[in-house]
Design a protein around this ligand. Structure first.
Ligand SMILES: NC(=O)c1ccc[n+]([C@@H]2O[C@H](COP(=O)([O-])OP(=O)(O)OC[C@H]3O[C@@H](n4cnc5c(N)ncnc54)[C@H](O)[C@@H]3O)[C@@H](O)[C@H]2O)c1
Length: 355
């Protein structure tokens, strides 16, 4: 049976990742939705999709659509995900799950009430090096992982548009790219439950115009519908996260900072048997025959969005076990929002068990 899918939001991530990902995986993309009609129509035309809508409720009312991707700004994830689940669709919701913990909890509750899948789009879990390292860790090769350093830092790489407006995005680089570093590192650690967060955030650059920088940008800025100059979020954050198993993670994130690397997503894990790092190459730091060893592991890069979509379809069609669950999304959301709360109050934040 060919699964029939739609994207809600026809902006950059729908065009670059979701629609081509579904088509490559053999699903039929039958509808696109966007409040900007021309954008939904252009996406439909470019990818030979039969219908384009401006109101997602009209598309969700169709009984011949099995699954949807939520590709809209973050503050709309909750409302549209819940509506899609209630309409009986499987949902792949882009990261971050939401802008607040309450929103993420409401999404988790809706998924429990539905018999459909809600997957959160943590595509970096599907990197080949991450999957290879995960297998290595699951075989116990690192031993007890008690410390990790995670980061996603850019020298200048601010995605202007709704991304820099707190009401629409929920925050700056913490919620936009920090979410990837924190999630993939915690995933490698076995998803321990976060219990305490201490953090600082800074806004030192805001909007800027600089030659030779390229970054992701919202479709409204690309199309000239807004200037991209509004900016009320952070552009750097540092955090310390403690987990219920006693392990600790430190995190570094920036959209703009005066550092060497232009764009670097990294994770280093310290186990009592061996350590590992993902950047610049997957390397295992161990011991053999009384000597210290550094083992570089070769992997072939795969398109993480294509891998994520293949997994989503396979969970629907073949009952494969979902690896990126709404419970994981909620726990990551608790960390993201605790970073903002701790930075605002100057105090560490304790996280309750939510499920
Ligand atoms: N996984 C990744 O690496 C990755 C990368 C980029 C973006 N994203 C996520 O994807 C989502 C979308 O980001 P983007 O870069 O495509 O943004 P974008 O601004 O290019 O596209 C968002 C689209 O949603 C549309 N939209 C707004 N309200 C709508 C509504 N009510 N109904 C239908 N459409 C509506 C907008 O008109 C716009 O076309 C965000 O959550 C973002 O965090 C993820």
């Amino acid at each position: 049976m060919t699964l029939r899918v739609a994207t809600i939001g026809s902006g950059l991530i729908a065009r670059m990742a979701h629609v081509p990902g579904y088509q490559k995986a053999g699903a039929e993309v039958v509808a696109t939705v966007d409040i900007v009609e021309a954008r939904a129509k252009k996406l439909a035309e470019d990818f030979h999709i039969e219908s384009a809508y401006t109101n997602y409720h009209d598309m969700l009312a169709r009984s011949d659509i099995d699954a949807v991707s939520i590709c809209v700004p973050n503050h709309l994830h909750k409302e549209i995900t819940i509506a899609a689940l209630k309409a009986g669709k499987h949902v792949l919701c882009e990261k971050p799950m939401a802008t607040t913990v309450d929103e993420a909890k409401a999404m988790l509750d809706a998924s429990k009430e539905s018999d459909k899948i809600l997957m959160i789009g943590f595509n970096n879990r599907f990197r080949s090096d991450v999957q290879r390292l995960k297998k290595f860790i699951d075989r116990g090769q690192l031993g007890d992982i008690y410390y990790a350093k995670a980061g996603y830092v850019r020298r200048r790489g601010t995605p202007f548009g709704w991304f820099t407006v707190k009401q629409e995005s929920g925050g700056g680089p913490v919620i936009d790219i920090g979410v990837h570093a924190i999630d993939l590192t915690r995933y490698l650690m076995g998803n321990p439950r976060p219990v305490t967060v201490m953090a600082s955030t800074y806004k030192k650059f805001g909007h800027y115009d600089l030659m030779d920088t390229t970054a992701w940008c919202s479709s409204d800025v690309i199309d000239g519908l807004r200037t991209g100059e509004e900016f009320d979020v952070e552009d750097l954050a540092a955090a310390l996260i403690r987990f219920d198993n006693g392990a600790t993670m430190t995190v570094d994130v920036s959209w703009a900072a005066n550092l060497e690397k232009r764009d670097n997503l990294y994770a280093s894990l310290y186990g009592d048997k061996a350590g590992a790092q993902l950047s610049p190459d997957l390397t295992i730091f161990g011991e053999q025959d009384g000597m210290l060893t550094d083992s570089k592991v070769n992997t072939v890069n795969k398109n993480t969005h294509e891998e994520e979509i293949k997994h989503f379809l396979s969970c629907i069609e073949k009952g494969e076990t979902l690896i990126s669950t709404p419970q994981h999304g909620l726990e990551i959301q608790q960390i993201l929002n605790a970073i903002y709360d701790s930075a605002r109050t100057g105090k560490s934040v304790d996280l309750p068990l939510l499920q």
